[in-house]
Design a protein around this ligand. Structure first.
Ligand SMILES: Nc1ncnc2c1ncn2[C@@H]1O[C@H](COP(=O)(O)OP(=O)(O)OP(=O)(O)O)[C@@H](O)[C@H]1O
Ligand SMILES: [Mg+2]
Length: 285
């Protein structure tokens, strides 16, 4: 069965996109899984980490990004074709990872999101505005072992499209005060959304990244989270923690051509950490 996992935090800049892309690459390249990354964020960060900006622009102009899917919903058209929109063999790793695919986002999603929020309920539209993505992906899901959904830092209608079709979600955090502050709020809001919809979308855990080994604050926040998780007050904290490292920030540069994941994420610790984090992901998700 396909595992569908959303990466969500209401805080920006906590490593949602970097974690989504890295875990997807490791699952596809090291675990030989068929993986689809769905980029739900209008910032298109995951998209341009996995394909060139030129290719994104060409596809966006041709109606082959998520903008068209939601535009169809608003305008009652039927232009979006999921098979055409999914880009195969993506990533800058040796010219593309054969088992890794991307459903690209679009800057144009921002304004559509506001219009989607105004759609009235009832059966005037064939499906609810939060089920549009699930409906579009249904025909292709069997071809993937994992679908990883990179969410923007909000719980708007487009994000809820991702959450509503997920088997669970992970919460990337930086172990500082502000980034961890909103975690209980995410748990509550997703729980409320899921129960209203009559589904279960459990939190699979917290992924810590940009961790500073020398920081007293990071160490104390990390151990507080681990203790709260042990008391079942928080979801499990993934045992592997990703350090703050310049090489990891550079990894999202699509133009840097690399041949191996070691070369991409940095020799030594960073590569090993992502490799271990992906094993945690397989076990916990
Ligand atoms: N382990 C790391 N070490 C150093 N820099 C990192 C690390 N992980 C991510 N970054 C950098 O931090 C910034 C934020 O990361 P990322 O884009 O993954 O966060 P995000 O949660 O997806 O942000 P947004 O909410 O804007 O979507 C980026 O510039 C990224 O390159
Ligand atoms: Mg992001």
């Amino acid at each position: 069965m396909t595992k569908i996992i959303s990466f969500i935090n209401l805080k920006g800049g906590v490593g949602k996109t970097t974690s989504t892309v890295a875990i997807a690459e490791f699952l596809a390249d090291e675990h030989r899984k068929n993986v689809l990354v769905v980029d739900l964020d209008p910032q298109t960060n995951a998209t341009v980490a996995l394909i060139s900006e030129e290719e994104w622009q060409r596809r966006d102009d041709a109606g082959q990004t998520l903008k068209q899917l939601f535009k169809d919903k608003l305008e009652k058209t039927n232009v979006f074709n999921v098979n055409d929109a999914i880009v195969r063999n993506v990533s800058n790793l040796h010219g593309g990872i054969p088992r890794l695919a991307l459903l690209p986002s679009s800057l144009g999603l921002i304004e559509l999101q506001d219009q989607l929020a105004l759609i009235p309920g009832g059966n005037f539209y064939a499906i609810s505005p939060v089920d549009v993505l699930a409906g579009a992906l249904r025909p292709v899901l069997d071809g993937f072992d994992y679908v990883l959904i990179d969410c923007p830092p909000n719980l708007g209608i487009i994000t809820l499209n991702g959450i509503g079709m997920s088997n669970g979600y992970v919460i990337p955090v930086v172990p500082d005060i502000l980034s961890t502050y909103g975690v209980p709020q995410i748990l509550n809001r997703i729980e409320t959304f899921a129960s209203t919809k009559g589904i279960s979308v459990p939190s699979k855990g917290i992924i810590v990244s940009k961790y500073r080994v020398q920081s007293v604050l990071h160490n104390s926040r990390l151990s507080q989270m681990q203790q709260a998780a042990a008391r079942n007050e928080l979801p499990p904290v993934f045992p592997t923690v990703i350090p703050e490292a310049a090489k990891i920030a550079e990894a999202v540069d699509f133009e840097a051509r690399v041949n191996t994941l070691r070369q991409k994420y940095g020799y030594g610790n960073n590569y090993e950490r992502y490799s271990e984090l992906t094993k945690d992901f397989v076990r916990l998700c």
